[in-house]
Design a protein around this ligand. Structure first.
Ligand code: TXA
Ligand code: MG
Length: 352
């Protein structure tokens, strides 16, 4: 009962967009591609439609949604103020993979914000997302279109796997370009603070607004006294069925191969999350490359697809290489650490 429609990602067919917009206007749910990941859209001003989003995903109700707009004029009615830094970041990066936190107005339902008095807003650049939001004429609440806890979907097939039968429509516009969710920045504080790292990095924002900080909680296991400011960042996420471990230090490959031999002896199916440079050196049954270390954008774009593939191939244990903690690597490592439940294995001192 979920309608699946293919759309041209660059020039979406107006009839198909209109069909999706009608569903949104009457309170239904439509999954659509964005430049980051697929979103599960509902009328962002309709509390009941938003409750339907939580239900379809199995999402905890204290994890607020992002409102998506298709023109700057749609921002005013939903936010109480536009801080100077927000204006500069909007001018520089919208439309695009940047979400900002604003004080909300009363027309934004509590089910969108999980009771917070702030609202997250994003103006996506994907032509299908833009056309759909514009045709609906509404701000569209859209979390990533995965079942809660699973890696975000970067293909319509991922959405169908998780949500088929639970939502009204899926617009298939091909692969999401960035493959990791948008950067979230809180512009209500000075200096602005990154709550979730993404394609728009601290280094990219600083020329426009001066210093930008990063929520120190994002690279650590959620714990007492160190709570991430974005409520959703505290949940385990992006988890394949397999047990994932991150392996770092000298001699990662030798360490992983030694662990693989042990696991195999115990009857486990082992996967390795490798790179183009390293993939030929592993002995595991399933070796999947996320791309070249020289091209972290490629790694980010492939990460969730590869995590899902380990599930599909029924890996029991996955050992993953690590990436740098700065620039684009920060967003990759944030997702990888969550998928591994923050478990690291140190390869330092191991025989090569
Ligand atoms: O790239 C993206 O942002 C995708 C696409 C579909 O646009 N959407 C997405 O939404 O990743 P979602 O729901 O999976 O993640 C939203 C994140 C959560 O971590 C949530 O806690 C945080 O945004 N968030 C939402 N409203 C917030 C608020 N008022 N204050 C702080 N964090 C907020
Ligand atoms: Mg999500």
């Amino acid at each position: 009962k979920t309608i699946l429609r293919k759309v041209d990602p660059l020039q979406p067919d107006a009839d198909i967009i209109a069909e999706g917009a009608e569903i949104l206007k009457r309170g239904g749910l439509v999954a659509f591609p964005t430049e980051t990941v697929y979103g599960l859209g509902g009328n962002g001003l309709d509390g009941e439609a938003c409750k339907g989003i939580y239900l379809a995903k199995g999402r905890p109700s204290d994890n607020p949604l992002i409102l998506h707009i298709s023109q700057i004029s749609e921002l005013r009615p939903i936010v109480r103020e536009i801080p100077a830094a927000a204006q500069k970041l909007m001018d520089a990066f919208w439309p695009g993979p940047l979400t900002m936190i604003f004080p909300k107005t009363d027309i934004v339902p509590d089910s969108v914000t999980g009771g917070l008095d702030t609202v997250a807003v994003r103006f996506p650049s994907h032509p299908v997302a833009m056309a759909l939001i514009r045709a609906a004429g509404l701000p569209i609440a859209a979390p990533s279109a995965n079942a809660s806890g699973k890696p975000s979907p970067t293909r319509a097939s991922h959405v169908a796997f998780d949500l088929d039968g639970k939502i009204d429509m899926i617009l298939d516009g091909g692969a999401a370009e960035w493959g990791l969710e948008s950067t979230i920045v809180d512009v209500s504080v000075t200096p602005p603070m990154i709550l979730r790292p993404g394609a728009i990095t601290k280094e990219m924002m600083e020329p426009f607004v001066g210093e930008v900080t990063v929520d120190p909680a994002i690279l650590q296991k959620p714990q007492e006294g160190l709570r991430p400011k974005a409520p959703g960042m505290k949940y385990t996420h992006y988890s394949p069925r397999a047990e994932v471990y991150l392996v770092r230090g000298e001699g990662v490959q030798a360490k992983i191969n030694a662990l693989t031999a042990q696991e195999k002896a115990a009857g486990k199916k082992v996967g390795v999350l490798a790179t183009e440079e390293s993939k030929d050196g592993y002995t595991a049954d399933i070796v999947l490359s996320v791309g070249s270390r020289e091209n972290l954008e490629e790694v980010g774009a492939n990460l969730f697809k590869v995590l899902r593939k380990f599930d599909f191939l029924e890996a029991d244990t996955v050992y993953a290489e690590v990436f740098p903690l700065e620039g684009e690597g920060l967003a990759i490592m944030n997702r990888l650490q969550k998928s591994a439940g923050y478990r690291f294995i140190e390869a330092k001192g191991e025989e090569k």
